[in-house]
Design a protein around this ligand. Structure first.
Ligand code: CA
Length: 225
């Protein structure tokens, strides 16, 4: 299926030119000249990549990107004016994947788009692998390895480990973990979580001599990078 690309650019000639070139290359392309409308379109989930100008009416490109990044990881290539170093820095800070300076050769933009789309496809494929330090889990195959060695876990141990790894560096309260692992209708005590953590520590921390799952006294647990 053709990748769909959104162009948010108020210089009509540039927008039209880029749109035609993209269509010529086999992409689906749409454009808007307004930042606010561009943000709405980008958030619609209909597009695979965003080409975003910085100086825009409605809402400037940096602000569009900041708001977009709260909800979406879609690749974004910023269009910046020549010598606008601050724009590049703010753009990358706000989460742009790449930028290109105006005036640009269309081949250069097309090349960057291919790279960004490829990177995105790669991320999706790798998403079922979670790795923190020496521990890596395959969420499709329910496999866990520590230092490359397979570790057998029960279903709930696996779910607990996965949940903490997905939320690494965030302290997870016992109640929150329990809802996640045991379901919201579970009526038992939250110390069931302490029991599962103990099992995990036996299989991972103790066996490999690491401190992987950390206790935050009175609150819950965290796995840190
Ligand atoms: Ca502009």
């Amino acid at each position: 299926m053709a990748s769909r690309i959104l162009i948010v650019e108020d210089e009509i000639k540039i927008a039209r030119f880029v749109e035609l070139e993209l269509i010529h290359e086999g992409y689906e392309a749409e454009k808007t000249a307004d930042g606010r409308e561009g943000l709405e379109m980008a958030l619609s989930g209909r597009f695979d990549l965003l080409v975003l100008d910085i100086m825009l009416p409605g809402l400037n490109g940096i602000e569009v990107l900041r708001r977009l990044r709260k909800e979406s990881e879609m690749p974004v290539i910023m269009l910046t004016a020549r010598d606008a170093v601050m724009d590049k820095v703010s753009g990358l800070d706000a989460g742009a994947d790449d930028y290109i300076t105006k005036p640009f050769a269309i081949e250069e933009l097309l090349a960057r788009i291919r790279v960004a789309l490829k990177r995105k496809a790669g991320n999706v494929e790798e998403k079922h692998i979670l790795a923190v330090g020496p521990v890596s889990i395959d969420t499709d195959r329910y496999e866990v390895t520590v230092n490359g060695e397979n570790v057998e876990l029960s279903n709930r141990e696996f779910e607990l480990l996965k949940f903490l790894m997905m939320n690494k560096n965030i302290v997870m309260k016992r109640e929150r973990i329990m809802n996640e692992i045991c379901g919201y209708d579970y009526m038992g005590e939250t110390n069931i979580i302490d029991v599962y953590v103990r099992y995990l520590r036996t299989k991972i921390d103790d066996r490999y001599g690491i401190k992987f799952i950390q206790t935050v006294r009175g609150v819950g647990y965290v796995i840190k990078d």
